[in-house]
Design a protein around this ligand. Structure first.
Ligand SMILES: Nc1nc2c(c(=O)[nH]1)N[C@H]1C(S)=C(S)[C@@H](COP(=O)(O)OP(=O)(O)OC[C@H]3O[C@@H](n4cnc5c(N)ncnc54)[C@H](O)[C@@H]3O)O[C@H]1N2
Ligand code: MOO
Length: 345
């Protein structure tokens, strides 16, 4: 990259090396043209009017990429499905959600890009629930020009990552069933508080409740009701209550008895420690402890969106909740704008 003086008429397509400021009555009025601006044909009369016959331009060497082109190429490379980008503005390109869904970040690829010299890519946390149009990420280069090799290295990282670093999984329209356990609820000694909570959480994502069934504290009966729910076509099944250590807490055993394979019992989230995730074939079964009803935001709010986006949630995913899995129990809940569930994974 070299600095050159050039006649304004010959400067179209060249990169301005410095800000050009208009001075009115001895006072600077801000930059009319910014350093790094690529001169357009319509800029020529304006520059002449300002009394500029010659200007400094940057002469890009073969192998230099201007910041704006670098920003655009980075934006193109990192965006996957259901993500759009806009810009560049001073090389910054912003990524936005093209639909409501679950944000997925390929963290190894994200970190590999940030290991490159003079490039940054910054995102919302992985697995954030996002709304259409929401800002998800921004990328830019640091100097005015970067070597072509830096940009191609970033593009290679994205290609090897499967063509995306940032994507959104749209929520599916699924049928969700719930088996509410507890003899006191079954015998109508107390009114069910779980059904309304689950219904509200599921419907907020555009899915529907297939049915809500009730069972006493009896593992065989609960297991039969789980199987009935699955045979009726439930895509996801909640089983609530009876998840802890009392003698009549039989739900974990009932889930096993139904034939489901336990992915993890015990979740690294508070509230939600006694949570269980199991799979009956491909149908996720969520064993939800009573805290899922007593607290506004729990482990359910971290796992349910992922299941509704069609993800297969694993034991590893539940282990990975640990860092950030502690709710601060703020007097006024600000979730999702808080640290709950925003760990390093
Ligand atoms: N000794 C220990 N006690 C508890 C532990 C523990 O580790 N050791 N864990 C605590 C944690 S953490 C949680 S969370 C709860 C889990 O409770 P369960 O899922 O076993 O809930 P239940 O015992 O069935 O019920 C607790 C409470 O909530 C009422 N309930 C349950 N379901 C409904 C419903 N559908 N509608 C209305 N009310 C409901 C139930 O009647 C009980 O009063 O365990 C801690 N204890
Ligand atoms: O399972 Mo309990 O969730 O820690 O509140």
């Amino acid at each position: 990259m070299k600095l050159q003086t050039i006649k304004v008429e010959e400067a179209v397509g060249k990169v301005l090396s410095h800000d050009i400021t208009q001075i009115v009555k001895g006072e600077a009025k801000g930059a009319l043209f910014k350093k790094g601006h690529i001169i357009r044909p319509e800029d020529v009369p304006e520059l002449l009017r300002l009394g500029k016959e010659n200007i400094y331009i940057l002469d890009l060497d073969h192998g230099d990429v201007h910041e704006d082109e670098a920003g655009v190429r980075l934006g193109e490379a990192v965006t996957g499905e259901w993500v759009t980008w806009s810009g560049p503005k001073e090389s910054r390109v912003n990524m936005h959600a093209a639909c409501d869904g679950l944000l997925k970040i390929n963290i190894p690829a994200l970190e590999a890009i940030n290991e490159l010299p003079d490039v940054i890519l910054s995102t919302l946390p992985n697995n954030t629930v996002v709304k259409e149009g929401e800002l998800l990420a921004g990328t830019k280069v640091i100097p005015l020009v970067v070597p072509e090799t830096t940009v191609t290295a970033a593009e290679d990282i994205c290609r090897q990552a499967g063509g995306w670093v940032i994507k959104v999984l749209p929520f599916k329209e699924l049928k969700v069933g719930a088996v509410i356990t507890g003899s006191e609820v079954y015998k109508k000694r107390i009114r069910d508080g779980f059904g309304p909570v689950i219904t509200e959480k599921v419907e907020a994502f555009g899915s529907e409740i297939l049915g809500i069934d009730f069972a006493p504290d009896n593992a065989e009966i609960i297991a039969a009701k789980i199987n009935k729910m699955a045979s009726e076509g439930a895509d996801i099944i909640f089983v609530t209550g009876g998840m802890s250590v009392d003698p009549d807490d039989v739900t974990p055993n009932a889930i096993r008895l139904a034939g489901a394979r336990v992915e993890k019992y015990g979740a690294a989230a508070l509230p939600g420690a006694m949570f269980m995730l199991a799979y009956l074939g491909d149908v996720p079964i969520m064993g939800v402890p009573a805290c899922g009803m007593f607290f506004k935001i729990t482990v359910v709010d971290l796992i349910l969106p992922r299941l509704l986006a069609g993800e297969r949630v694993t034991r590893r995913d539940i282990v990975a909740l640990a860092c950030g899995g502690l709710c601060r129990a703020c007097p006024e809940c600000r979730y999702p704008n808080c640290t709950f569930g925003k760990g390093s994974h």
